[in-house]
Design a protein around this ligand. Structure first.
Ligand SMILES: Nc1ncnc2c1ncn2[C@@H]1O[C@H](COP(=O)(O)OP(=O)(O)O)[C@@H](O)[C@H]1O
Ligand SMILES: [Mg+2]
Length: 233
């Protein structure tokens, strides 16, 4: 397993949010965290990265315990995080946003500016546009592009399809497929079951901070009870 999360409990102050969350992601797969708003998807990703460290439980990445490490140390080990609001620099251009991501990472690998722009032709047309002038979809693409510039082994991707027009979502499905082919492992959190079915092999369904179901996406897709109880229809 590339990532093994075992029974983590995460709190915000005294609010107990994650309740013994366990999940596994194997090398090269795209796995989904599913569930309605507020169930703990983002908190799970933040826990893995070390932004909201769990109080109990274990997180093993590439054979090493990473629970309790600060986020910069986890990212140096090859975990990249794309938050749901992408956090690109609004006053910097597309190129500058990509360049900063490269400089912040000590990791070498196949991803560089050319590769990333090949993946997102639209971004290459916008290489001199400031972040603030990009559309929501373009910002999401740039967020993913920045993550790739760090040459990560694992990308934690929060709400990639949220707020995107259907055509942009279709393009994103394509792009994630290409990233997958390059061997990058992805754990993504998304409410959109149809999107996840197209992109992911397996998924975990969360409710109230706990994993209620884990299995193949087709199994989830075919389970009316899970969909009715825990997912957005
Ligand atoms: N910074 C925070 N402080 C306190 N509670 C928070 C904070 N962020 C999220 N929460 C709460 O934690 C729960 C899980 O949130 P979150 O992980 O963002 O869910 P999701 O990503 O599935 O929508 C929610 O009840 C939310 O209100
Ligand atoms: Mg969220």
């Amino acid at each position: 397993m590339l990532l093994s999360v075992s029974a983590i409990d995460t709190y915000y102050g005294s609010s107990h949010i994650l309740q013994e969350v366990s999940l596994e992601v194997s090398e090269g797969e795209i796995a989904a965290l599913l569930g309605r708003n507020g169930v703990g998807k983002t908190t799970t990703l933040r826990s893995i990265l070390g932004l909201s460290p769990p109080r109990r439980g274990s997180i093993r990445f590439a054979g090493e315990e990473i629970a309790g490490l600060p986020a910069y140390a986890v990212s140096r080990k090859g975990v990249a995080y794309v938050p749901d609001d992408y956090r690109i620099f609004p006053d910097l251009t597309t190129d500058e946003n990509l360049e900063i991501a490269r400089r912040l990472s000590p990791r070498m690998g196949i991803w560089n500016r050319e590769r990333v722009l090949e993946l997102f032709p639209k971004l290459s047309e916008l290489s001199r546009s400031k972040g603030i002038n990009l559309s929501g979809g373009e910002k999401k693409m740039l967020g993913i592009g920045r993550a790739l510039m760090a040459n990560p082994t694992l990308i934690l991707l929060d709400e990639p399809s949220e707020g995107l027009a259907p055509l942009v979502v279709a393009n994103l499905v394509e792009v994630l497929g290409q990233i997958h082919e390059q061997g990058v492992t992805i754990l993504l959190a998304d409410q959109n079951l149809k999107f996840c079915r197209k992109v992911c092999g397996r998924g975990y369904v969360l409710e109230k901070g706990a994993v209620r179901f884990g299995g193949g996406m087709e199994e989830i897709w075919g389970n009316e009870e899970i969909i009715r109880k825990y997912l957005v229809v």
